[in-house]
Design a protein around this ligand. Structure first.
Ligand SMILES: Nc1nc2c(ncn2[C@@H]2O[C@H](COP(=O)(O)OP(=O)(O)O)[C@@H](O)[C@H]2O)c(=O)[nH]1
Ligand SMILES: [Mg+2]
Ligand SMILES: [Zn+2]
Length: 371
């Protein structure tokens, strides 16, 4: 009898079972196998803070850093690990690890970094669906909602809209807002909830599937962490009321950003975002504003900008009341941002290239002087 073989197999099975609870799947296992990563542990990044990562494997949690080589070859933020990533990890001691490789991401939610044009920032990776949360109070803004949807659509992540804090208003106001959303945004589920009364929780729970990963998107203070805590039945995420006077305590990063619910669903919380810039969301815009895309096929000119052209079908539709004017204006604004983003990326690449040349010549000069 081949006892070690059986033991080994059991161990492998056990290893897979546990990682699967974190969302590990056969595609990732195939990659691990094909790339001979068996000398590493496989784990998922469950929190990040200033280039230190907490990685969860089947054996526990490891505070981790990346290899020097990984940092050296990184071309942008995209090449660094992010919450949601699967990584190959060398572990040392009971709780320290070095990340050697990021396994392929099946989806990446990113945005334009605030104040750094041309730079993108990863919000989370390997996400199946995103809950876009807006509170029904003064946070509510359909333009911003379309912005989040565009980000989801360009990331291949399906969005679900969550309207929170409905306990703060009357039922007919909730109905009115739902109507407004439905007039502009089609084919996306909208769930109205209250973290106080837990109204709407059943509907949300029904959507969450075991082994799938969900990300919370939305401004600070809308109730994302409270929702995760309540769904998990534990206080895992730090909740945080915004202090309007000092602005302090705004971006409270919780210790763990990725958690597994009892029903097997995996949730990623997100520190709030004050701005969500549009990065490379060309296809995202087209999906979110599919009505504009289908209307524009009838425009007289192929390169119609839908702003002042004669024979523009989009403008005609607005005139006839078939297309929402504010939604159209929101589209134009994001389209402009996208164009600006693209041009700054090109500009940045040019500068990087020039700098590279400069460095090369400089090195040449030094070598010349040496000889
Ligand atoms: N009335 C009401 N307050 C809520 C609701 N959800 C969250 N809050 C409160 O709003 C504040 C911010 O909540 P938090 O979950 O930290 O928001 P986050 O920044 O989106 O994670 C806290 O004081 C919560 O108690 C809700 O549905 N109704
Ligand atoms: Mg929070
Ligand atoms: Zn047009």
């Amino acid at each position: 009898m081949d006892l070690p073989g059986i033991a080994e197999e059991l161990q492998i099975r056990c290893f897979k079972m546990k990682l699967e609870e974190l969302g590990y799947n056969t595609d990732l296992e195939k990659f691990r196998f094909d790339h001979h990563l068996d000398k590493f542990e496989i784990g998922r990044v469950i929190a990040e803070h200033k280039e230190r990562y907490i990685v969860r494997t089947d054996k526990g949690e490891y505070e981790s850093e990346i290899t020097g080589n990984m940092r050296f070859t990184a071309k942008s933020r995209i090449d660094f690990p992010a919450v949601g990533d699967w990584v190959a990890l060398a572990t040392y001691d009971a709780d320290f690890g070095i990340i050697h490789q990021i396994l392929p991401r099946f989806s990446t939610i990113k945005r334009q970094a605030v104040g750094q044009f041309g730079e993108v920032q990863i919000i989370a990776t390997n996400i199946d669906a995103a809950f876009v949360v807006q509170a029904i109070d003064r946070d509510f803004n359909i333009n911003r909602l379309e912005r989040y949807l565009t980000i989801c659509n360009s990331s291949k992540v399906s969005p679900i809209i969550v309207l929170s804090k409905i306990d703060l208003t009357y039922e007919n106001q909730v109905a009115e807002i739902l109507e407004n959303i439905n007039a502009r945004i089609k084919n996306i589920s909208v769930i109205a909830i209250s973290n106080e009364t837990q109204n709407g929780y059943a509907e949300i729970s029904k959507l969450i599937e075991a082994g799938k990963t969900y990300c919370m998107l939305g401004s600070s203070g809308v109730g994302k962490s409270t929702l995760i805590n309540n769904l998990s039945g534990k206080t895992i995420m730090r909740t945080d009321a915004i202090s309007q006077s000092t602005n302090k305590g705004r971006h409270v990063t919780s210790h763990r950003e990725l958690i597994v619910l009892e029903n097997g669903g995996i949730l990623i919380d997100n520190p709030g975002m004050r701005e969500v810039g549009i990065a490379d969301s060309a296809s995202g815009l087209e999906i979110t504003f599919d009505l504009i895309v289908s209307l524009s096929q009838n425009c007289k000119f192929k390169d119609c900008t839908h702003t002042n052209e004669i024979g523009c079908y989009v403008l005609e539709a607005i005139e006839k009341g078939e297309m929402d004017k504010t939604s159209y204006e929101n589209y134009l604004k994001m389209e402009k941002e996208k164009a600006h983003f693209e041009s700054t990326v090109i500009e940045k690449r040019k500068k990087d290239k020039e700098f590279g040349k400069l460095l090369k010549n400089y090195k040449k000069d030094i070598n010349k002087n040496k000889n």
